[in-house]
Design a binder for this molecule. Structure first.
Ligand code: FES
Length: 343
């Protein structure tokens, strides 16, 4: 902790820049929120990654005793979670999103359950419909927090649907043994149940670089934000970018949404899908292996590609390393990590 205030510059991707005064003991996010900057954040405790930024000048470290879900490779590239970061002198951060992204403030909403459908051995598709009078503007890839009915617990899930699908909201939820959300979904959830949610949250969303080739790597229910992004790309006007979707599950009985993916390939001919299972047997059209290694294997990858990764930490670290070795800039790799609180 510094004993004097520091000057911290915050630069958005559209060129908008602000200078903050950060007082001793304050985090960069505390100062940014006090100054009403349109910064994305949610947990304020280093666990959701929404407040991720890149330190490009000066020094700033995680405050003592705070935890952070950043991968070692991300830290080495200058990434910081602003909610647990204290400056060590004047410094400058760049954000991977424009100054309009944080202006749509999260809202509380109520929704009704439309459908609860088991789509794989351990995955449920939950379709909600916002109640009259509620709305939630979001960007494809962002997440909501859902209150588990009958408990004080909340859980975070990326939307698989798009803003154009509102008031319908679709979530893909992994069933975990002993999980409170899992218990509700498997044993009690039924159509017309009322669910409270809040959002949108998160800095993981489709960027403006929509004409660049896209690489999407998803593990398990990490497919959800990719479905939202793919459907949004399909709906944009003009020439569609090449999109590689590499989707991996642990085993055949964990695979889901293959028909939905096939449909996207018909709708979006530039979509190139690779599906993997970690261990065999594998059904037709599915390979055994991980979803990272199939990228750039016997093909040339455009180094200007934009990559979106969603899954467990190990997969994200491997994918980031692999994509950087293929020539992608760290600035064009966006990731959303599953955290252990999903139980
Ligand atoms: S708001 Fe900083 S990690 Fe969640």
């Amino acid at each position: 902790m510094t004993l004097t205030s520091t000057k911290v510059a915050i630069a958005f991707s559209d060129g908008v820049e602000h200078e903050l005064t950060v007082e001793p003991g304050q985090t960069v996010l505390d100062a940014a929120v006090a100054a009403e900057l349109p910064i994305l954040y949610q947990c304020r405790s280093g666990s959701c990654s929404s407040c991720i930024a890149t330190l490009v000048e000066g020094e700033a470290e995680t405050r003592p005793g705070a935890s952070s879900t950043l991968l070692a490779a991300e830290r080495a590239e200058g990434k910081r979670l602003l909610c647990v970061t204290e400056p060590r002198g004047d410094c400058r951060f760049e954000l991977g999103y424009d100054s309009a992204a944080g202006t749509a403030k999260p809202v509380d909403a109520q929704a009704f359950v439309n459908a609860v459908e088991k789509v794989a051995a351990d995955v449920v598709r939950l379709e909600l419909e916002l109640a009259d009078g509620y709305w939630m503007d979001f960007r494809p890839g962002q997440f909501v927090q859902v209150a588990v009915p009958g408990t004080d617990e909340v859980r975070s899930y990326s939307m698989a649907s798009t803003p154009a699908d509102l008031p319908k909201v679709e979530l893909l939820i992994r069933i975990l043994p002993g999980g409170v959300m899992s218990d509700w979904l498997v044993n009690r959830a039924k159509p017309d149940d009322v669910v409270k949610l809040s959002g949108p949250y998160g800095a993981f969303f489709l960027r403006e670089k929509v004409k660049a080739p896209h690489i999407m790597i998803a593990g398990g229910t990490g497919l959800a934000p990719m479905m939202s992004m793919i459907d949004s790309i399909r709906a944009t006007s003009g020439r569609k970018p090449k999109v590689i979707l590499s989707f991996g599950c642990q085993s055949e009985d964990g695979l889901f949404h293959r028909d939905a993916i096939d449909l996207r390939q018909l709708w979006l001919p530039t979509l190139d899908v690779r599906i993997s299972v970690d261990r065999g047997p594998a059904p037709d059209g599915v390979r055994v292996g991980n979803p990272v290694e199939v990228i750039g294997n016997g093909e040339t990858i455009d180094p200007d590609s934009v990559a979106y990764l969603c899954g467990p930490p190990g997969m994200l670290a491997a994918a980031r390393q692999h994509l950087e070795a293929l020539g992608l800039s760290p600035d064009n790799i966006f990731a959303e990590q599953f955290t252990a609180s999903g139980a």
